[in-house]
Design a protein around this ligand. Structure first.
Ligand SMILES: Cc1cc2nc3c(=O)[nH]c(=O)nc-3n(C[C@H](O)[C@H](O)[C@H](O)COP(=O)(O)O)c2cc1C
Length: 222
């Protein structure tokens, strides 16, 4: 069982968000998961220019680290998203990465995985950012087992104070991988998303035949 955390703080090892995501990974590791952390700031992630190149070929016109990051997500059984709150939203690093996942979202290449989300903030926006991160997991076809945020009020030790909750979230995520997890509301949403993206997959079948074939095999196209 592989569980991957991806966080969007530029503060690397000083980051509250990274620490919180690491605590979630600790919980998952205690349940037998092999864990990995990705610091987005250490990677070359070019902002999407909406050229639609990926739509036609499946490959971005920019030669950077995103394909390798997507491959690492695909290898994982579960994905944790973490972001600091920046002006009541996710960080720019996280958003630039998410925009580059549009093709992965359209073709639902992460479907069947589990996930969860965490955020840290000084005071505001934590729950909204967690909800948004979980929303992006759902867009990717990933079922979220939950998430929470920590408001530090400038005290980094508040993150460690949330260690028990973070580790419990990691154990819940690992349990979803080993024993399954069901949430009818999210499952309906994921099915609705797939039916929406099916139009794109059908429209592009001539230049994305492999993806079209995969959707047929998955039973997502009749
Ligand atoms: C550019 C920027 C914007 C921020 N915006 C907010 C905000 O809107 N509300 C808030 O309470 N804290 C805000 N903060 C504080 C961070 O959310 C908080 O310090 C967070 O824990 C940082 O996470 P990190 O240590 O993982 O980078 C902001 C910090 C920065 C640098």
């Amino acid at each position: 069982m592989k569980i991957l955390a991806i966080h969007g703080s530029p503060r690397t090892t000083h980051s509250n968000t990274r620490r919180l995501a690491a605590l979630v990974l600790e919980g998952a590791a205690g349940s037998g998961a092999e864990t990995e952390m990705i610091d987005l700031v250490d990677h070359r992630i070019t902002p999407c220019t909406a050229c639609e190149g990926c739509s036609f070929t499946g490959t971005c016109v920019f030669d950077d680290d995103v394909p390798a990051l997507v491959a690492r997500m695909q290898e994982a059984d579960a994905v944790i998203f973490g972001s600091p709150v920046y002006i009541d939203n996710i960080s720019g690093q996280m958003k630039v990465f998410f925009d580059r996942l549009a093709d992965a979202i359209h073709y639902q290449v992460m479907a069947g995985k589990f996930g969860c989300s965490v955020a840290t903030t000084h005071e505001s926006g934590g729950d909204e950012v967690v909800a948004y991160l979980n929303h992006v997991l759902n867009y990717l076809g990933i079922l979220s087992v939950g998430g929470f945020s920590v408001a530090t009020a400038g005290k980094a030790e508040y993150v460690d104070d949330a260690g028990a909750e973070a580790q419990a979230l990691g154990r819940k995520l690992a349990a979803a991988v080993t024993s399954g997890f069901s949430d009818p509301v999210q499952e309906t949403l994921l099915a609705d998303n797939r039916s929406y993206f099916r139009t794109i997959v059908e429209e592009n079948r001539d230049f994305r035949p492999e993806e079209y074939g995969r959707w047929l095999r998955m039973g997502w196209i009749e």
